[in-house]
Design a binder for this molecule. Structure first.
Ligand code: XCC
Ligand code: SF4
Length: 637
């Protein structure tokens, strides 16, 4: 396949061509190299769980050596994907919690959102009267840390869900206990000779995913807001055109804000700015990629260099002095690509060491000092740039980002209720939904996947939804696709249906709202839960859906699963490796509906998927309008 047809991003197309000329291999070459992928792997019917395997299921060999059938094998593989994803998000959250425990008035990590801390402290029964804010923070951090390994009880966050939802979780036994325990239980239950029952394996997957969504991710988002500030709308730009010819270009890639927040500070350090001048640069230009990019653009307006599929291409510009990474979604290939240019590929976490990179360990205890050292390395590298190898593609789009729940609600409230105290309730949002001006809300989230054309599913689906008056919220690399294609620009209201366009105009928002990194999908679950509680209905009654058009990571599998467990229908643009078991497919796409009120829908054609979603939202609306009317009638009796 022509490599340039594998992405719809024009900058990427230009750089794929440049990579070819420079003799640099990228993911797009490797994709062509893999003529076809293993059918057993694609369907989830290959088992490598014990040393007698791999066992592959086919009509001729319907059982593995131990007798496990396709349902058991698919179910175990699925559960392990969920556990992998939950581990990644939650371990990120754990580091944030440790950092909160380190926070101090004169240290590197401070409390920036006292209000949010106090609210959480009160919710968790922590004494707040007449206490130093840092003492409160440390006690809250300690409680958060206990969520990972507490011997008794279930997630501390479950009580925030609507009562009916809590009942469902209790009845089907998916209330997550300690986070680490859920992950360990899945690893144990999927060991050879344990669980061999598809219903039970999916039930276990649901409970573990709940430890991600209703525990780890919530700790990650809340503690990050407390320490680094709750995002508020801010202006930025997106795509590789944000790189600057005359400045030291540093790209931050990965996930945890503990590192990136310090780099943002260090990039402003007068000493380093002076050094940049000395090196002949006009300054330091910081930009972000993947979820780290989302974290720092949400809080500081740092420009977005690009998404998951652009990590190699960013280096192909020849204009990047350093790519600084921490954990998750980092191509090992960056080591080879960096070698072809002057770029320093700097790894910083003992959890993600990569052969061929420059390892400069970052520790929270010495955060600013470490960050300065890392930025200095980048600045010093400016002199090694080879101008003849530089090509910065021109495209970039303006975007307004920073839509935390707090930001969305306060903005809506100001317009609808002329409320200027900036608190806000969900009422205006619900009024928009009730009246039907907005037909529904769709969270379009997740990765890029080489199985589809990069960005195509995201952009096609988002455009279709907003055209049909469905408000889109986004996180992860999906948010970056939206930003790159101008959908997070307020001007994008011209692409909306009449209802949504009016709301965008009145409230002064873009039709696709950036809600953060993938850990921040907890914000989306929170707002659906708040709306349901306000109306005294269940989360599955709200016309809201989740969509992962180009998902690829285990984290995405965990997310999709907890979103469904929360009662929110979820649509996938890439088939997960479960199709080898008819029973698994039936449970995930239908059976769960009876249990949790939501299920998965899979369709790899983005136009078809968009049509299905719009149709389903309209059906959900009928039900929504009916119960709202019933409630109104009841209250009038
Ligand atoms: Fe990774 Fe989070 Fe996926 Fe992007 S969206 S490819 S997981 S960076 Ni989370
Ligand atoms: Fe084969 Fe069973 Fe071992 Fe899996 S657990 S590799 S199916 S023998």
């Amino acid at each position: 396949m022509d490599k340039k047809l594998m992405t719809i991003d024009l900058n990427s197309q230009i750089l794929i061509e440049k990579a070819e000329k420079d003799g640099v291999e990228t993911m797009y070459d490797r994709k062509n190299g893999f003529k076809s992928q293993c059918g057993f792997g694609l369907q989830g019917t290959c088992c490598r769980i014990c040393g007698m395997g791999p066992c592959r299921i086919s009509p001729k060999t319907p059982r593995g050596l131990c007798g496990a059938d396709e349902h058991t094998i698919v179910g175990r593989n699925f559960a392990r994907m969920v556990a992998g994803g939950t581990a990644a998000h939650s371990d990120h959250a754990r580091d944030i919690a440790h950092t909160l425990a380190l926070s101090s008035r004169d240290g590197n990590y401070k409390i920036r959102d006292e209000k949010k801390l106090i609210e959480l402290a009160i919710d968790w029964g922590v004494e707040t009267e007449c206490r130093d804010i840092y003492d409160i923070a440390h006690e809250v951090a300690e409680i958060g840390l206990m969520e990972f390994g507490k011997p008794h009880g279930v997630s501390i966050f479950l009580k925030n869900a609507p009562k009916v939802r809590q009942e469902i979780w209790k009845t089907i036994g998916i209330e997550p206990r300690a986070i680490d325990r859920e992950i360990a239980t899945v690893m144990h239950s999927t060991h050879i000779g344990c669980s061999a029952d598809i219903d039970s394996l999916i039930n276990l997957s649901l409970r573990t995913s709940m430890a991600d969504g209703w525990q780890g991710s919530m700790i990650g988002t809340r503690f990050s807001d407390i320490m680094f500030g709750t995002p508020m709308p801010t202006q930025t730009e997106a795509n590789l055109g944000v790189l600057e010819e005359n400045k030291v270009n540093i790209i931050l890639h990965g996930h945890e804000p503990t590192l990136s927040e310090m780099i943002v500070l260090a990039a402003d350090d007068p000493e380093l700015l002076a050094l940049a001048k000395e090196m002949g640069a006009e300054g330091i230009n910081l930009s972000g990629m993947c979820c780290t990019g989302n974290e720092i653009t949400m809080r500081h307006g740092v420009k977005i260099a690009g998404d998951f599929h652009q990590q190699e291409l960013a280096l192909v510009t020849g204009a990047v002095e350093a790519m600084i990474v921490d954990v998750q979604c980092i191509f090992p290939a960056l080591a080879y690509v960096a070698d072809c240019y002057h770029t320093k590929f700097i790894t910083t976490s003992p959890k993600a060491k990569i052969t061929g990179s420059t390892y400069m360990q970052f520790s929270e205890e010495n955060a600013y000092k470490d960050a300065k050292k890392i930025v200095k390395e980048a600045v010093l590298n400016f002199k090694n740039r080879k101008p003849e190898k530089v090509l910065i593609p021109e495209f970039k789009s303006p975007a307004t980002v920073g839509y935390s729940i707090d930001a969305i609600l306060s903005q809506l409230d100001r317009v609808v209720n002329f409320n200027v105290d900036k608190t806000g309730t969900v009422k205006p949002l619900i009024d928009c939904l009730k009246s039907g001006v907005i037909r529904g809300v769709a969270a379009v989230v997740g990765c890029n996947n080489a199985k589809s054309v990069t960005n195509k599913n995201h952009v096609t689906i988002m455009k279709e939804l907003i055209k049909n008056d469905i408000l889109v919220v986004s996180t992860g690399c999906g948010a970056q696709a939206a930003a790159k294609f101008g959908l997070m620009d307020k001007g994008a209201k011209k692409l909306c249906g009449k209802g949504l366009a009016t709301v965008c105009e009145l409230v002064d928002i873009p039709p696709v709202l950036h809600m953060g990194s993938c850990v921040d999908i907890s914000r989306i679950v929170d707002i659906v839960s708040e709306c349901a509680k306000y109306l005294d209905v269940d989360m599955c009654d709200i016309p809201a859906v989740g969509i992962a058009p180009e998902w690829m990571s285990e984290k995405a599998v965990a997310i999709g699963t907890y979103v469904v467990a929360s009662g929110i229908d979820t649509y996938l643009g890439i088939a997960p490796p479960v199709t080898g078991s008819k029973k698994a497919v039936e449970i995930l796409t239908n059976g769960l509906k009876k249990e949790v009120g939501a299920a998965f829908t899979i369709n790899e054609n983005p136009d078809e998927l968009a049509a299905i979603i719009i149709d389903d939202i309209e059906k959900k609306r009928d039900h929504f309008e009916k119960i709202i009317t019933e409630k109104i009638n009841l209250s009038q009796v």
